[in-house]
Design a protein. Structure first.
Length: 146
């Protein structure tokens, strides 16, 4: 199993961060791995939710069942199970003029296909996908000036 971590500061309270992290439409804009919800009318992820998602990894179409473990107090944890397992945790804490957000992603694959897809996911994360995702989250939480 490999693990990736990135931290950033952003505008908005931890509740604002959690609102963005759990908004079903917003997730597709900031997620480090592109995907779409399948057969779900869910507008906001909540603890205990199970949703199916479809996307592409390493040039292969894949589906996952996502189980939301926690979604409160500035913390979102979930597990995506499919050809690989992806454990995700976002923690937002109050900071000067906003929040400090820490993201951790752990990836594991079993069998030949799972190990290949886990390696492709690791390569994506090593190339900066998590860092770019956190930058998109911070941008979405910037105050609107006008």
């Amino acid at each position: 199993m490999s693990s990736w971590t990135h931290e950033t500061r952003c505008h908005g309270t931890p509740d604002d961060v959690l609102t963005l992290l759990t908004d079903a439409e917003a997730i597709a804009r900031w997620s480090p791995v592109p995907f779409e919800l399948v057969g779900s009318e869910t507008r906001r992820l909540r603890a205990g939710d199970r949703v199916r998602v479809r996307g592409g990894l390493g040039g292969h179409g894949v589906e996952f069942v996502v189980q939301v473990g926690e979604a409160c107090d500035g913390r979102l944890s979930l597990r995506a199970s499919g050809p690989i397992d992806i454990d995700v945790e976002y923690v937002a804490r109050p900071a000067d003029e906003g929040s400090h957000v820490r993201a951790q992603i752990a990836v594991a694959g079993n069998g030949l296909r799972g190990r290949l897809l886990a390696s492709a996911t690791d390569a994506l994360l090593a190339a900066g996908a998590l860092r770019a995702s956190m930058a998109r989250i911070a941008r979405e939480l910037e105050p609107a000036f006008g």
